[in-house]
Design a binder for this molecule. Structure first.
Ligand code: FES
Length: 234
C-alpha cells in the first residue's frame, strides 16, 4: 500500500508556499456583528482536494490564492525574518482568576476578534465568569495564535480543535483579503534557512508579500488594503 505523504508546508526561497500531503484548502470569511466587531467565522469556497499545490506568497499572482510564477518577474524579496524561538518565549502574560492569556504581538494578523466587550486582556482579568468565557472564545477565534488562553490550574492551553487544513482568510466587510490560516499542527519548513518553525495548532502566513515578520503575517495587509479580487464573498 502506498504510504501517505506527511503533510507539510515549505516556504520556498523568494517564492510560494509549497504544500504537500493532500491538505484541504478553503476560504474562511470573517463575520462582523452590527457594531462591526468580528465575532465568528463563515465557511467560504472549498477548493478541490489536491496532493500538492503552491500558494502565492508575493501577493502578485493573477491566479490567487495559487502561485502563477509572477514572483520571478517581480523579483519578490521574500526573505524570512521571523524568529525560530518558541511562541511562549516571544509572548507576554495577562493573568486572570482562573485563566491566563499569552500574547505574542509580532504574530498579529489584525483579525480583530479580541476587540469586543473591552478586549480580551481586560476580560481575562474580570471577576465575572461570563466575561472570562468571552475572553476564551475571543482567544480561540484568533487565527494567528497570537493570543492563546490557558487554564491556570492545569497550565494547559485552551485550544480550538482543528483538522489539518489550510484556509484563505477574507474580510469582505472591509474589502480586505487576509492571510493564509494554517490549522492543526502542520509542519512549516524554511527552504532559505534550512530550519523548521515551531509546530502550532494555528498560525497565519503572509500572502500580501509585505509582512515585516515573514513568513508569518503581521497584519500589514490591512494597512495596504490587500485585496485578492474575489468579489463573491458576501
Ligand atoms: S509567490 Fe508565485 S506568484 Fe506570488
Amino acid at each position: 500500500m502506498k504510504k501517505k505523504e506527511i503533510s507539510k508546508i515549505i516556504v520556498s526561497k523568494n517564492g510560494p508556499y509549497l504544500i504537500s500531503g493532500k491538505l484541504p484548502l478553503d476560504k474562511q470569511i470573517v463575520v462582523e456583528d452590527k457594531d462591526n466587531y468580528p465575532t465568528r467565522w463563515k465557511q467560504g469556497e472549498k477548493f478541490p482536494l489536491q496532493e500538492k499545490y503552491a500558494l502565492c506568497r508575493c501577493g502578485n499572482s493573477k491566479h490567487k490564492p495559487f502561485c502563477d510564477g509572477t514572483h520571478m518577474k517581480v523579483k519578490f524579496p521574500g526573505t524570512e525574518v521571523a524568529s525560530n524561538k518558541p511562541y511562549i518565549k516571544q509572548s507576554s502574560k495577562t493573568i486572570g482568576p482562573d485563566i491566563y492569556l499569552t500574547d505574542a504581538e509580532l504574530f498579529c494578523s489584525n483579525a480583530g476578534f479580541c476587540h469586543k466587550a473591552g478586549g480580551t486582556w481586560t476580560l481575562t482579568q474580570s471577576d465575572n465568569s461570563k466575561a472570562r468565557a468571552t475572553a476564551v472564545q475571543q482567544a480561540c477565534n484568533c487565527p494567528s495564535g497570537r493570543l492563546t488562553m490557558w487554564n491556570k490550574k492545569t497550565k494547559k492551553p485552551i485550544e480550538p480543535k482543528f483538522k489539518q487544513s489550510i484556509s484563505i482568510i477574507e474580510e469582505p466587510t472591509n474589502n480586505i483579503s487576509g492571510p493564509i490560516w494554517v490549522k492543526g499542527n502542520i509542519p512549516i519548513e524554511s527552504e532559505e534557512k534550512g530550519t523548521k518553525y515551531e509546530i502550532r495548532n494555528r498560525v497565519t502566513l503572509c500572502r500580501c508579500g509585505k509582512s515585516g515578520n515573514k513568513p508569518f503575517c503581521d497584519g500589514t495587509h490591512v494597512e495596504i488594503n490587500f485585496n485578492d479580487g474575489d468579489k463573491d464573498l458576501q
